[in-house]
Ligand binder design. Structure first.
Ligand SMILES: Cc1cc2nc3c(=O)[nH]c(=O)nc-3n(C[C@H](O)[C@H](O)[C@H](O)COP(=O)(O)OP(=O)(O)OC[C@H]3O[C@@H](n4cnc5c(N)ncnc54)[C@H](O)[C@@H]3O)c2cc1C
Length: 323
């Protein structure tokens, strides 16, 4: 069986991994020379199914839980299983309680326990929620390493192609570029930045609850921190706005004033592809399967989506179904 995957973002690569692992001959067509056009490049890399339940359907939790093991198996040693810490300034204590009421899988921490877990935050917050089962990875490393692994497995990477050149199945994994051609698909702009400082050390993603500007900071090692992310209803992928930059920096400063002295290494924008219910879809029409709508959950839900699409492809192959 031969499958052509269009798009080398996280879901395209996850599907290539699933299919090639089952002996399928896979080619991946990517229109960009690097990952810079992919929303996946700008992600936080949080594998946070319990925290995401705060604003997402239960299915994001149930389908997302397996992602941590999936990434560990696919890229051994790349997943940090240190949990997630959620904090709020004293004036937003009510927001933290609301977050707790909408989630599960956490324990309450007092100021001393916060200081034991993240010494850099000692004395800054009175209480926090700790989600011990969550994990994170560096999405940029993960994308590069996954692609390398696929090449070693014999998966070929080619430029953009219109033709299907005799493939048994086409998998369209081209993300937000399909807005306007896939019914109901919209863009949710996410702006982020990288800060670097030797003054703060964190071991896990920290989410700062705020009624207007929620922030998360994901440590990348060597004093580098990814800070994100805005959620703006538009498919405009242009540079970060001054307002978003100010708000993200303000929130980082609230988490720890040392971020005020940090170097601003990079700003970026990714457009999250999303359907109205913010849940992803695997959609089949003829010999084309479309995987899209990963929204805020590309790294969290790609494994489940890729497994679903691979099952579809393999079942179809067994039946010799040419529909
Ligand atoms: C700031 C930000 C933070 C995020 N944080 C997280 C997080 O912490 N955890 C998490 O799970 N998710 C996170 N997400 C969500 C996640 O990044 C997205 O859900 C995911 O990247 C979508 O992946 P995708 O493969 O569908 O699309 P993309 O990553 O956009 O990939 C699509 C690819 O298709 C290519 N392409 C387009 N058209 C064609 C064509 N015709 N032919 C060939 N190639 C084509 C594009 O160049 C691109 O490389 C975040 C997103 C943003 C923006």
């Amino acid at each position: 069986m031969r499958v052509l995957i269009k798009g080398a973002g996280v879901v395209g690569l996850a599907l290539a991994h699933e299919l090639s692992g089952h002996g399928v001959e896979v080619a991946v067509a990517e229109r960009q020379a690097d990952f810079g056009g992919a929303a996946s490049w700008f992600a936080g890399g949080m594998l946070a199914p319990w925290c995401e339940r705060e604003s997402a359907e239960e299915v994001v939790l149930t389908r997302g839980i397996g992602a941590i093991d999936w990434w560990d198996r696919a890229l051994p040693g790349e997943v940090s299983r240190n949990g997630t810490l959620v904090v709020a300034p004293a004036r937003d204590a009510g927001e933290l309680k609301r977050f707790a009421s909408r989630t599960s899988g956490f324990e309450w921490l007092d100021a001393e326990a916060i200081a034991r877990l993240e010494p850099a935050l000692a004395g800054r917050f009175r209480e926090a929620l700790f989600f011990p089962g969550e994990a994170h990875l560096d999405p940029r490393r993960a994308l590069v390493l996954l692609r390398q692994k696929l090449v070693e497995r014999g998966v070929s990477f080619v430029g953009e192609t219109d033709g299907d050149s005799g493939h048994d199945m086409i998998a369209d994994c081209s993300g937000a570029s399909r807005i306007g051609t896939v019914a109901g698909l919209r863009g949710v702009r996410g702006e982020m930045l990288y800060l670097q400082t030797g003054e703060v050390e964190l071991s896990r993603p920290v989410r700062l609850i705020h009624p207007r500007i929620p922030l998360y900071i994901v440590p990348r090692g060597d004093g580098l921190f990814m800070c994100g992310a805005t959620m703006i209803e538009t498919d405009d992928g242009g540079p970060i706005t001054a307002r978003s930059l100010m708000e993200l920096l303000n929130a980082a400063y609230t988490l720890h004033p040392a971020f005020g002295e940090a170097r601003l290494i990079e700003t970026g924008t990714g457009v999250r592809p999303a359907f109205a219910d913010n849940l992803p879809r695997v959609m089949r029409a003829g010999n084309t399967v479309t995987l899209n709508g990963l929204y805020r959950h590309g790294f969290l839900l790609s494994p489940a989506l890729a497994e679903e699409a691979a099952d579809l492809a393999l079942a179809r192959n067994l039946k010799g179904d040419a529909a």
